[in-house]
Structures are given as C-alpha cells and as structure tokens.
Design a protein around this ligand. Structure first.
Ligand SMILES: Cc1ncc(COP(=O)(O)O)c(C=O)c1O
Length: 391
C-alpha cells in the first residue's frame, strides 16, 4: 500500500474533523469551510436546468471537454489575458482544479524529480507530488505580509527541480503576487529549465488595486506554465467540480493521457453550465468583485471590532488573522486558539499549521473564510465581541 508520508494531510484530516465535531457541539458559526453558504448566480442554475433537457449532454462528454466550453475558455484566455490557447490541443476540462493538479503532477513528474512549493500551501500539492514519486522542497512565505526570502527561494532550486507549485491569488494568505515577484520567479524557472503549475482558481477575486497577472503572460513563460482554473469559486457553486488546465500542446498531450485513464471525461451538464457562465463574465465579474469586496470589508470590520488585527487581504475569500499576543503569551497556538474560539465564542475557523511542513509560522494564525452571508458574518461579530477582554 502507498505510504502517505505527507504529515500535513494526515494532521489536517484529524484536526479538521475534531474541529467540525466541536463546532457542531458548540453550535458555532462556521467560518472554516472554503465555500459559500449562499446561492451563486441564478444563470448557472438556469443553465443546469437547460442542460437536463439537452439529450446529448446525458452521455459521456468528449475526453478533453465539450466543444462549447473549450471554445468559451479559449475566448476567455484571449480576451482577458491576451493568451492564445488552441481549444483542440491546449485546453483540457478536468473534475475541478483538484483533478488538474493531480493530472499535471502525474504527467510531468518522475521518481527522483524535485518540486518546490510555497507554504502555507494548498494541501493537494505535496500529496500529488509525492504520489508521483517526487521530492518536495518547501519555501516559506514569511511575516504578516507573506513574502518569500530571495535567498531561500534560490536555494530551493537545483538541477533536479522539475515543477513549481504556485497559487496566485493565494489561499490561505489572501496575497496577490505582484509583477516583480512573478518576474523573479519566472527568471528562476527559466534558469533551471523547469515548469510551473500556476493554480489560479481565485483569478477573479482580487481587491482594491491588486491585479491578477497570470504568470503565463510573462516573457517566454507560456510554454513553461500549466495554468489551472476552476469554475467553482467564480460561479459560487463549488459542487460543479469543473476545472481546466491550459498549457503547451506537448504538455497538454501528456496531461490528457493521465486524464483519459483516470476519469476519462467530466460531467457534460456541469460543463454546459460553466460554458454559459463564461458568456456572462463581462457583467458578472464586476458584480462578483463588488459582492466580495463588501464581504472582505465586513469581515475586517468584525475582526477589528473584536480587537483582532487581520492581515491584508488582497485577493481570495480568506483572511489570516494573527493570534493576539496576550494569547500567545499563555501558550496558545492555532489549534488551541481555534478550539477556544469555538468553545467560548461559538466561531469556527481553520488552524493553518496543517498547511505548513517546514516552519512553525502557521501556528500563529487562524484562517477566516468570508464567503458567507452578511447575517452570518455579523453574527460572528457579536460572538467575537469582548474576545480580548475575556482573556
Ligand atoms: C488554491 C486552491 N486550489 C484548488 C482548489 C480546488 O478546486 P476545485 O474545487 O475546483 O477542485 C481549491 C479549493 O479550495 C483551492 O483553494
């Protein structure tokens, strides 16, 4: 049997299930899970209803995806980012971004290869890399502004480096990496002749002046980049599980081979709804950003009112919050403070140390998800009142 030596994934499973049980017991407001508790746009549900009536969508979809979705995605990359991907050879529809991450890892990596990932990381990355037999090297994003150290980044690269796992906008820190950072990373990718998996599932969730720049748009990077996207976040229906992978025809071919013998194809009705959703992006993306800017601001207000000092949230629907000094002095870490908030303030969050492998820095934060209704966020605000006074 495979040994899952990914400590992060096993810790995560046991801690998260303990926290879920506790949250239920204490009837806590749930700001832990990374999905909306409110309905996504009606046009997706309408398209799903329409799909049920289309006979051809009741049968297996073509392996790479249904033509309408591939066509709309090709147009999306071209109009949004001036990136040209041929729908016939360079785009593949997957069962969510999660399948795309696994497919890319199995297609590219051989035992003995090295991969680099940034912590805190999305938990699929180390598991996918290790299932493919690769060795994981970790670069920590430091401080409350979550930046890498230039020397640590360079030292992580070696002649064996094959793939970098990169998430931008970044879960759980809420960072949107800027052009200088992207250029620095892309120069190293070129110097070491490797590839980058760019997980951009929050591409439409950036706030204020922060702009999402796909790393594939930087000079000579498109052929080295596997861009991964997902409809779940953007269209507020994570259950759709429709994702995609965009890359060069050569990489796409290898990925399609894994996809073919793994799941073969993705639910065509869900694909149809996503294709129709992409047609609405012109007006919907503004609405979407406005809705989440309001939620981000409300979340920050609620946290500040309770005496907490959230880190900046440039993108995604997550905010990391440092554990107050007075609690750290009493030896609280992320897990015990998370438990404390559930038991005493009826508010459930995520302890982020499960997203770290190398440093202990994650023990100093909690992750709050604000993809929640206004009422729920306000209720969390009343539950968290007097948090610091009660310590
Ligand atoms: C950074 C990141 N990548 C990938 C995924 C998985 O996306 P999907 O639901 O499309 O598989 C998530 C979901 O939370 C995520 O946060």
């Amino acid at each position: 049997m495979k040994e899952f030596n990914s400590t992060a994934s096993s810790i995560k499973e046991s801690i998260f299930s303990q926290m879920t049980v506790l949250a239920k017991k204490y009837n806590a407001i749930n700001l832990s899970q990374g999905f909306p508790d409110f309905e996504g746009p009606a046009f997706i549900r309408e398209a799903l209803k329409e799909a049920v009536g289309i006979k051809a969508l009741g049968q297996y979809a073509p392996m790479p995806g249904i033509p309408l979705l591939l066509e709309n995605l090709e147009r999306h990359f071209a109009s949004q980012y001036q990136l040209s991907y041929d729908k016939l050879t360079s785009l593949t529809i997957t069962n969510g971004a999660t399948e795309a991450i696994m497919v890319a890892s199995l297609a590219l990596l051989e035992p003995g290869d090295e991969v680099i990932l940034f912590e805190p990381f999305y938990d699929s990355y180390p598991v996918a890399a290790e299932l493919a037999g690769a060795k994981v090297k970790v670069v920590t994003l430091h401080g409350d502004d979550f930046r890498w150290n230039d020397d640590e980044l360079r030292q992580a690269f070696s002649p064996k480096t094959k793939l970098i796992y990169f998430n931008n906008p970044h879960n759980p820190t809420g960072r949107v990496f800027n052009k200088d950072e992207l250029l620095q990373l892309s120069e190293l990718v070129k110097e070491y002749d490797c590839y980058i998996l760019s997980d951009e599932v929050y591409e439409f969730l950036t706030f204020d002046d922060n702009q999402h720049i796909p790393i594939a748009t930087l000079p000579e990077m498109q052929e080295r980049t596997l861009t991964i996207g997902s409809a779940g976040k953007t269209f507020g229906h994570t259950g759709l599980k429709v994702g995609w992978l965009a890359s060069s025809p050569e990489i796409s071919h290898a990925c399609r081979m894994v996809h073919q013998f793994n799941v073969f194809s993705v639910n065509p009705m869900a694909q149809y709804a996503v294709a129709k959703g992409l047609e609405q992006m012109g007006s919907y993306s503004k609405e979407f950003k406005k809705l989440y800017t309001h939620k981000r601001d409300l979340m920050h207000h609620v946290l500040l009112e309770s005496g907490l000092t959230p880190c900046q949230t440039e993108g995604t629907y997550f905010t990391l919050v440092p554990i107050p000094k007075s609690f750290l002095e009493q030896d609280y870490d992320d897990i015990s403070f998370c438990r404390y908030l559930i038991e005493k303030h009826h508010t459930a969050t995520i302890p982020p140390s499960a997203f770290y492998r190398k440093s202990d820095e994650g023990k100093r934060y909690l992750r709050f998800c604000f993809a929640k209704s206004e009422e729920l966020l306000k209720e969390a605000g009343s539950n968290l009142q007097n948090l610091l006074k009660k310590s």
